[in-house]
Design a protein. Sequence first.
Length: 136
Amino acid sequence: MLKNLQVFEGPEGNLVPIEFDKLPFIPQRVFYVANVPKGEIRGGHAHYNTKQVLICVKGEINVELRNSEFTMCYNLKPNQQVFVDSMIWDSQKFMTGDDVLLSICSTKYDKKDYIEDFNKFIAIVNTQNNESGEGI
C-alpha cells in the first residue's frame, strides 16, 4: 500500500523523518539508488526472506509488485513509500533521470536471498501455495 511520509516544511527546507518503530520490521540495512538513466528499470527480483520499504526521495519511480496471482503498480513521488514483502517480485522504473530511491531492509545483504529468475520465482510460489493449500 502506498503511504505518504510526514513532511515538516519550513523556509530553510523540508525535514522528512523515518521512524523505525513504525516500520513493519526491525531494519538491518539501508541503501539508496541514484543516477539511474531516465526510463531504466532496476530490481527485477524477489527475496526469500527480506522485506523492504521503498521510499522515493527525489523524482518519480514506478514500482511494480507481483506474485503468481496479482500485479500492483505504484507511482512513487517524493516522500511516498511502499512496503515490499518477502516472496514478492518487484521492479522499479526510474522516470526522470534524477530520481533517488531509498530502500530500508529487514535483513543484511545475502546474495542467496535473491531470486532473479521470474519463472523460478513463480514455480516456488506455486509450490508453496500447493503445499499450504492456499493462494497468496
